[in-house]
Design a protein around this ligand. Structure first.
Ligand code: THU
Length: 130
């Protein structure tokens, strides 16, 4: 992915890029951004979703992840939850190792079964996606 070299990962050395395709076909990208205060690190997937929402889109059709790890990087639990806000159980997640070219794909429903979403909230905001 074009933005992978922009990943800021001086502490872990794990470079990650992510892209989400919105419903209208527009693609938004992100990279992981680490911090000297380690816990403030943000994953590439959440940066990509935030870029999509910033642009006014609310629905992820599919997500791609590229990392310089030997195996395709599965999205972390926090990123699965964030993706569930804007995707659905069928949303495709494709992950590719930049080191080996190995590719894996999952549906969001298998990565995060029984997701907690706005449907569980008694007073779901009318603006909630989707
Ligand atoms: N990372 C991601 O960008 N996405 C994930 O789903 C898992 C982990 C990043 C965070 C950190 O910068 C590095 O990978 C090692 O955990």
């Amino acid at each position: 992915m074009r933005v992978l070299p922009n990943s800021y990962a001086p502490y872990s050395g794990v470079h990650v890029a992510a892209a989400v395709e919105a419903e209208d076909g527009t693609v938004y990208t992100g990279v992981n951004v680490e911090n000297a205060s380690y816990g403030l690190t943000v994953c590439a997937e959440r940066v990509a979703v935030a870029a999509m929402v910033t642009a006014g889109r609310r629905r992820v059709k599919r997500m791609a992840i590229v990392a310089d790890t030997r195996e395709p990087l599965p999205p972390c639990g926090a990123c699965r939850q964030v993706l569930a806000e804007f995707g659905d159980p069928d949303t495709l997640v494709v992950s590719i190792s930049a080191a080996t070219g190995e590719r894996r794909e999952w549906r969001l429903g298998e990565l995060l079964p029984h997701a907690f979403t706005a449907r569980q909230l008694p007073r779901r905001g009318s603006d909630a996606a989707p």
